[in-house]
Design a protein around this ligand. Structure first.
Ligand SMILES: NC(=O)c1ccc[n+]([C@@H]2O[C@H](COP(=O)([O-])OP(=O)(O)OC[C@H]3O[C@@H](n4cnc5c(N)ncnc54)[C@H](OP(=O)(O)O)[C@@H]3O)[C@@H](O)[C@H]2O)c1
Length: 228
Protein backbone atom coordinates (compact mmCIF):
# COMPACT_ATOMS: atom_id res chain seq x y z
CA UNK A 1 0.00 0.00 0.00
CA UNK A 2 0.90 3.64 -0.27
CA UNK A 3 0.36 5.24 3.10
CA UNK A 4 0.30 8.99 3.72
CA UNK A 5 1.26 10.12 7.21
CA UNK A 6 0.53 13.64 8.40
CA UNK A 7 2.70 14.58 11.38
CA UNK A 8 6.33 13.77 12.05
CA UNK A 9 6.26 12.87 15.74
CA UNK A 10 6.35 9.73 17.89
CA UNK A 11 3.37 7.86 16.45
CA UNK A 12 4.23 8.75 12.84
CA UNK A 13 7.70 7.30 13.31
CA UNK A 14 6.65 4.19 15.25
CA UNK A 15 3.89 3.10 12.85
CA UNK A 16 5.76 4.33 9.77
CA UNK A 17 8.68 2.05 10.71
CA UNK A 18 6.35 -0.96 11.12
CA UNK A 19 4.74 -0.33 7.77
CA UNK A 20 7.93 0.19 5.74
CA UNK A 21 9.29 -3.02 7.28
CA UNK A 22 6.09 -4.75 6.13
CA UNK A 23 6.84 -3.59 2.56
CA UNK A 24 4.52 -0.59 2.29
CA UNK A 25 5.49 2.78 0.82
CA UNK A 26 5.14 5.66 3.27
CA UNK A 27 4.97 9.36 2.46
CA UNK A 28 5.27 11.80 5.36
CA UNK A 29 4.38 15.46 5.64
CA UNK A 30 4.42 18.07 8.37
CA UNK A 31 4.58 21.79 8.83
CA UNK A 32 8.38 21.92 8.48
CA UNK A 33 9.83 20.25 5.35
CA UNK A 34 13.16 19.46 7.06
CA UNK A 35 11.41 17.46 9.79
CA UNK A 36 9.51 15.43 7.19
CA UNK A 37 12.75 14.81 5.22
CA UNK A 38 14.52 13.71 8.39
CA UNK A 39 11.73 11.31 9.31
CA UNK A 40 11.67 9.83 5.79
CA UNK A 41 15.43 9.26 6.05
CA UNK A 42 15.01 7.46 9.41
CA UNK A 43 12.20 5.32 7.99
CA UNK A 44 14.38 4.38 5.02
CA UNK A 45 17.09 3.29 7.43
CA UNK A 46 14.48 1.27 9.37
CA UNK A 47 13.46 -0.45 6.13
CA UNK A 48 17.01 -1.49 5.21
CA UNK A 49 17.54 -5.25 4.81
CA UNK A 50 18.50 -6.65 8.18
CA UNK A 51 17.34 -3.55 10.07
CA UNK A 52 14.86 -5.80 11.83
CA UNK A 53 14.90 -9.34 10.49
CA UNK A 54 13.13 -8.66 7.20
CA UNK A 55 13.44 -10.69 4.02
CA UNK A 56 16.52 -8.88 2.78
CA UNK A 57 14.88 -7.96 -0.52
CA UNK A 58 16.24 -4.73 -2.01
CA UNK A 59 13.51 -2.22 -2.83
CA UNK A 60 13.44 -0.61 -6.29
CA UNK A 61 12.32 2.71 -4.82
CA UNK A 62 12.79 4.21 -1.36
CA UNK A 63 10.34 2.91 1.20
CA UNK A 64 9.72 6.40 2.54
CA UNK A 65 9.77 9.91 1.18
CA UNK A 66 8.70 13.36 2.28
CA UNK A 67 6.07 15.49 0.60
CA UNK A 68 4.20 18.69 1.24
CA UNK A 69 0.87 18.44 3.08
CA UNK A 70 -0.88 19.28 -0.19
CA UNK A 71 0.83 16.43 -2.05
CA UNK A 72 1.06 13.76 0.61
CA UNK A 73 -2.27 12.06 -0.06
CA UNK A 74 -1.83 11.96 -3.84
CA UNK A 75 -2.08 8.31 -4.88
CA UNK A 76 -2.41 7.16 -1.26
CA UNK A 77 -4.39 4.08 -0.26
CA UNK A 78 -4.76 5.30 3.33
CA UNK A 79 -3.91 8.30 5.51
CA UNK A 80 -2.74 8.33 9.13
CA UNK A 81 -3.46 11.60 10.97
CA UNK A 82 -0.63 11.51 13.51
CA UNK A 83 -1.16 15.02 14.83
CA UNK A 84 -2.54 16.59 18.04
CA UNK A 85 -6.29 16.13 18.37
CA UNK A 86 -7.02 19.84 18.34
CA UNK A 87 -4.92 20.42 15.21
CA UNK A 88 -6.44 17.57 13.19
CA UNK A 89 -9.16 19.53 11.37
CA UNK A 90 -6.69 22.32 10.52
CA UNK A 91 -4.16 19.75 9.24
CA UNK A 92 -6.84 18.09 7.08
CA UNK A 93 -7.71 21.47 5.63
CA UNK A 94 -4.05 22.33 4.93
CA UNK A 95 -3.76 19.01 3.09
CA UNK A 96 -6.75 19.71 0.87
CA UNK A 97 -9.29 17.50 2.63
CA UNK A 98 -11.88 20.24 2.87
CA UNK A 99 -12.25 20.55 -0.90
CA UNK A 100 -13.43 16.97 -1.34
CA UNK A 101 -10.14 15.62 -2.71
CA UNK A 102 -9.98 13.01 0.09
CA UNK A 103 -13.26 11.45 -1.06
CA UNK A 104 -13.09 7.67 -0.87
CA UNK A 105 -9.85 7.67 1.12
CA UNK A 106 -9.52 5.67 4.37
CA UNK A 107 -8.42 8.16 7.05
CA UNK A 108 -7.09 6.62 10.27
CA UNK A 109 -7.73 8.78 13.34
CA UNK A 110 -5.50 7.85 16.31
CA UNK A 111 -6.07 11.12 18.19
CA UNK A 112 -6.83 11.25 21.89
CA UNK A 113 -8.93 14.34 22.62
CA UNK A 114 -8.32 14.18 26.37
CA UNK A 115 -6.66 16.33 29.00
CA UNK A 116 -3.04 15.30 29.56
CA UNK A 117 -2.69 13.34 32.77
CA UNK A 118 -6.36 13.82 33.67
CA UNK A 119 -8.05 11.88 30.91
CA UNK A 120 -11.19 14.03 30.71
CA UNK A 121 -12.54 14.13 27.15
CA UNK A 122 -12.28 17.70 25.92
CA UNK A 123 -14.81 17.73 23.07
CA UNK A 124 -18.43 18.70 23.91
CA UNK A 125 -20.68 15.85 25.09
CA UNK A 126 -21.61 13.44 22.33
CA UNK A 127 -18.98 14.78 19.91
CA UNK A 128 -16.12 12.55 18.78
CA UNK A 129 -12.89 13.80 17.29
CA UNK A 130 -13.26 11.15 14.61
CA UNK A 131 -16.56 12.69 13.51
CA UNK A 132 -15.00 16.17 13.54
CA UNK A 133 -12.29 14.85 11.22
CA UNK A 134 -14.91 13.21 8.99
CA UNK A 135 -16.73 16.54 8.80
CA UNK A 136 -13.46 18.28 7.84
CA UNK A 137 -12.81 15.82 4.99
CA UNK A 138 -16.10 15.32 3.13
CA UNK A 139 -16.42 11.94 1.43
CA UNK A 140 -13.46 10.37 3.24
CA UNK A 141 -13.88 7.16 5.27
CA UNK A 142 -12.64 7.82 8.79
CA UNK A 143 -11.61 4.87 10.94
CA UNK A 144 -10.92 5.43 14.64
CA UNK A 145 -8.08 3.29 15.87
CA UNK A 146 -4.47 2.90 17.04
CA UNK A 147 -5.24 5.44 19.80
CA UNK A 148 -5.12 3.04 22.78
CA UNK A 149 -1.61 1.70 22.11
CA UNK A 150 1.44 3.72 23.25
CA UNK A 151 3.82 4.44 20.36
CA UNK A 152 6.64 2.75 22.28
CA UNK A 153 4.87 -0.60 21.92
CA UNK A 154 4.97 -0.56 18.13
CA UNK A 155 7.85 -2.63 16.84
CA UNK A 156 7.33 -5.29 19.50
CA UNK A 157 3.54 -5.69 19.29
CA UNK A 158 2.22 -9.20 18.88
CA UNK A 159 -0.92 -11.27 19.36
CA UNK A 160 -1.35 -9.78 22.85
CA UNK A 161 -2.04 -6.36 21.32
CA UNK A 162 -5.57 -5.78 20.03
CA UNK A 163 -6.34 -2.60 18.14
CA UNK A 164 -10.01 -1.66 18.45
CA UNK A 165 -11.41 0.05 15.37
CA UNK A 166 -14.67 1.65 14.39
CA UNK A 167 -15.84 3.14 11.13
CA UNK A 168 -18.67 3.16 8.61
CA UNK A 169 -16.97 1.94 5.44
CA UNK A 170 -16.22 -1.80 5.20
CA UNK A 171 -13.36 -1.34 2.72
CA UNK A 172 -11.69 1.31 4.89
CA UNK A 173 -12.04 -0.97 7.93
CA UNK A 174 -10.47 -3.81 5.95
CA UNK A 175 -7.57 -1.59 4.81
CA UNK A 176 -7.00 -0.43 8.39
CA UNK A 177 -7.23 -4.00 9.70
CA UNK A 178 -4.50 -5.00 7.24
CA UNK A 179 -2.33 -2.18 8.54
CA UNK A 180 -2.95 -3.31 12.13
CA UNK A 181 -1.82 -6.84 11.22
CA UNK A 182 1.19 -5.46 9.33
CA UNK A 183 2.19 -3.61 12.50
CA UNK A 184 2.12 -6.95 14.32
CA UNK A 185 -1.18 -6.59 16.21
CA UNK A 186 -4.71 -7.95 15.94
CA UNK A 187 -7.65 -5.83 14.73
CA UNK A 188 -11.07 -5.87 16.38
CA UNK A 189 -13.90 -3.94 14.73
CA UNK A 190 -16.30 -2.53 17.34
CA UNK A 191 -18.92 -1.03 15.01
CA UNK A 192 -19.72 2.19 13.14
CA UNK A 193 -18.04 5.56 13.57
CA UNK A 194 -20.84 6.50 15.99
CA UNK A 195 -18.90 4.37 18.54
CA UNK A 196 -15.81 6.62 18.26
CA UNK A 197 -16.79 8.78 21.24
CA UNK A 198 -16.88 5.64 23.38
CA UNK A 199 -13.40 4.67 22.19
CA UNK A 200 -12.15 8.17 22.97
CA UNK A 201 -13.70 7.99 26.47
CA UNK A 202 -11.95 4.63 26.91
CA UNK A 203 -8.63 6.30 26.11
CA UNK A 204 -9.38 8.96 28.73
CA UNK A 205 -10.02 6.26 31.33
CA UNK A 206 -6.81 4.36 30.50
CA UNK A 207 -4.74 7.55 30.54
CA UNK A 208 -6.26 8.63 33.88
CA UNK A 209 -5.50 5.22 35.39
CA UNK A 210 -1.93 5.28 34.10
CA UNK A 211 -1.32 8.71 35.65
CA UNK A 212 -2.88 7.48 38.92
CA UNK A 213 -0.31 4.67 38.96
CA UNK A 214 -2.94 1.98 38.35
CA UNK A 215 -2.27 -0.88 35.92
CA UNK A 216 -5.41 -0.93 33.76
CA UNK A 217 -5.13 -4.72 33.44
CA UNK A 218 -6.02 -4.98 37.14
CA UNK A 219 -9.21 -2.96 36.55
CA UNK A 220 -10.62 -4.70 33.48
CA UNK A 221 -11.88 -8.19 34.36
CA UNK A 222 -10.63 -11.08 32.23
CA UNK A 223 -14.02 -11.86 30.70
CA UNK A 224 -13.86 -14.82 28.34
CA UNK A 225 -14.71 -14.02 24.71
CA UNK A 226 -18.42 -14.61 24.00
CA UNK A 227 -19.25 -16.46 20.79
CA UNK A 228 -22.42 -15.16 19.10
N1 LIG B 1 2.56 8.82 21.16
C1 LIG B 1 1.68 7.91 21.56
O1 LIG B 1 2.01 7.01 22.36
C2 LIG B 1 0.28 7.92 21.03
C3 LIG B 1 -0.50 6.78 21.19
C4 LIG B 1 -1.80 6.77 20.71
C5 LIG B 1 -2.31 7.90 20.08
N2 LIG B 1 -1.55 9.02 19.95
C6 LIG B 1 -2.13 10.18 19.28
O2 LIG B 1 -1.43 10.35 18.05
C7 LIG B 1 -1.33 11.73 17.74
C8 LIG B 1 0.16 12.07 17.55
O3 LIG B 1 0.83 11.78 18.77
P1 LIG B 1 2.41 11.86 18.87
O4 LIG B 1 2.78 11.26 20.15
O5 LIG B 1 3.04 11.37 17.61
O6 LIG B 1 2.61 13.44 19.00
P2 LIG B 1 3.94 14.25 18.68
O7 LIG B 1 5.13 13.42 18.87
O8 LIG B 1 3.80 15.53 19.44
O9 LIG B 1 3.80 14.55 17.12
C9 LIG B 1 2.70 15.25 16.60
C10 LIG B 1 3.11 15.83 15.27
O10 LIG B 1 2.02 16.61 14.78
C11 LIG B 1 2.53 17.78 14.18
N3 LIG B 1 1.93 18.92 14.88
C12 LIG B 1 2.13 19.33 16.12
N4 LIG B 1 1.37 20.41 16.40
C13 LIG B 1 0.70 20.70 15.30
C14 LIG B 1 -0.19 21.72 14.96
N5 LIG B 1 -0.60 22.63 15.82
N6 LIG B 1 -0.65 21.73 13.72
C15 LIG B 1 -0.26 20.81 12.84
N7 LIG B 1 0.60 19.79 13.13
C16 LIG B 1 1.07 19.75 14.33
C17 LIG B 1 4.01 17.84 14.38
O11 LIG B 1 4.65 17.54 13.16
P3 LIG B 1 5.25 18.76 12.32
O12 LIG B 1 5.91 19.67 13.33
O13 LIG B 1 6.20 18.13 11.37
O14 LIG B 1 4.08 19.41 11.66
C18 LIG B 1 4.29 16.77 15.39
O15 LIG B 1 5.48 16.10 15.11
C19 LIG B 1 -1.95 12.51 18.91
O16 LIG B 1 -3.26 12.90 18.57
C20 LIG B 1 -1.98 11.49 20.05
O17 LIG B 1 -3.07 11.69 20.92
C21 LIG B 1 -0.26 9.04 20.40
Amino acid sequence: MRIAILGTGHLAEALGACWVRAGHRVTVAGRVPERAEALAARLNRAALPGARGDSGAVAAEPAARAATPRDVVRGADAVLLAVPWDAAAEVVEAAGGADGSWAGLPVIDPTNPVGHGVGVVLNPPGVSNAQRIADAAPGSHVVKGFHLVPSTQWGSAGAETTVVLCGDDPAALETTSTLVRDAGAVPAVLGPLARARQLEEAAGLLIALAFAGVDARTVVPALPPVQV
